[in-house]
Design a protein around this ligand. Structure first.
Ligand SMILES: Cc1cc2nc3c(=O)[nH]c(=O)nc-3n(C[C@H](O)[C@H](O)[C@H](O)COP(=O)(O)O)c2cc1C
Length: 301
């Protein structure tokens, strides 16, 4: 058996980071809500996260200094100002919106609004909880340990859970958490995630785009009875909508004309049918096609 042996001092930080993400996986995701001293809310995911003891119940997550330039993440700035967070567990039906929330929006942007999650008041701490999350951990930050000053250095945020909220529908008959019902996702290397109950899948990182956000989607899409949170997350992660030219050439296609003819029906039914067709496209990762279809419907109204 042959091995590649790596000395961290001989490779770039980014390479070491990538090897670590690939090797130490799958990692649970802490979806952390925090506030700054003026009460501005922030929501971001961190997969350098785990549980370390239950008496007192302690978890640690790490907003690292950004690899590229050593920039401090807003979550770290916030916990230095207000020593409270809520760690929200991410289920599969939240994954696209959670990924959108990891976008590097400017300071002061509330990612609850950008990613379309609902803020629910906490009981023991000031930052709000993510209502859609099946398990919400209200925490007091007990200590922050900085391991270095250069890009990639960890900042271990040691948190004590002071209140735990579990959604009733993820509990089994004995009152314990049913792993199939809670349906968490975890993070691996690259774009890979794992759905605990099913296996691996990919979500491209929203690092190169500044998605418009769920808050800026047209109302009929945002309030759709058919489109799921994951669908809205994918649509909200789009930076530029198809141009008028692209939409016209899309609606001119024979298969699309046929689709609109067959979907037919009254206005509400047609909207539902178009949303269902868009949902199927989004499930296959065809985001641009889905946008074309939704906007074509919008323009026909
Ligand atoms: C699933 C997932 C896990 C992540 N885990 C970490 C992590 O453990 N540490 C980290 O520094 N950044 C992590 N990131 C990137 C941050 O979420 C991203 O830098 C975010 O913009 C930070 O937001 P903030 O500046 O508002 O705190 C992760 C991103 C995703 C999508």
């Amino acid at each position: 058996m042959s091995f590649r042996t790596i000395d961290p001092r001989e490779i770039k930080t980014q390479e070491m980071h990538a090897y670590m993400l690939g090797a130490i996986a799958p990692r649970p995701i802490a979806f952390v809500s925090s506030i700054d001293k003026d009460g501005l809310v922030n929501l971001s995911p961190f997969s350098f996260f785990n549980a370390f003891g239950s008496n007192p119940p302690m978890v640690i997550f790490s907003p690292a200094l950004r690899g590229r330039d050593g920039h401090t993440k807003h979550t770290l700035e916030n916990v230095r100002q207000v020593d409270e967070v809520v760690i929200n567990i991410v289920s599969y039906d939240m994954v696209q919106q959670m990924s959108l929330a990891s976008t590097e929006y400017p300071k002061g942007t509330n990612e609850f609004i950008k990613s379309g999650f609902s803020m629910q008041d906490s009981v023991m701490v000031k930052p709000p909880r993510v209502r859609e999350s099946p398990a919400q951990l209200e925490c007091k930050v007990r200590q922050i340990i900085q391991t270095g000053v250069r890009g990639g250095a960890a900042n271990l945020v040691l948190c004590e859970i002071v209140l735990l909220h579990l959604r009733e529908d993820v509990l089994g008959e004995q009152g314990s958490i049913d792993p199939f019902k809670i349906d968490q996702v975890a993070r691996l290397g690259g774009n890979w995630y794992s759905r605990a109950s099913r296996g691996l899948f990919e979500v491209p990182k929203p690092l190169t785009t500044l998605g418009m956000g769920v808050d800026r989607l047209p109302e009929e899409i945002r309030l759709s009875k058919v489109l799921t949170g994951n669908d809205l997350g994918l649509l909200g992660n789009t930076e530029n909508l198809p141009t008028q030219e692209e939409i016209s050439s899309f609606t001119g296609r024979e298969d699309v004309k046929k689709l609109f003819d067959t979907l037919g029906g009254d206005s509400e039914n047609l909207t539902m049918a178009v949303h269902l067709a868009a949902h199927h496209l989004l499930e296959k990762g065809q985001v641009n096609e889905a946008w074309n279809l939704l906007l074509a419907r919008h323009q026909k109204q």
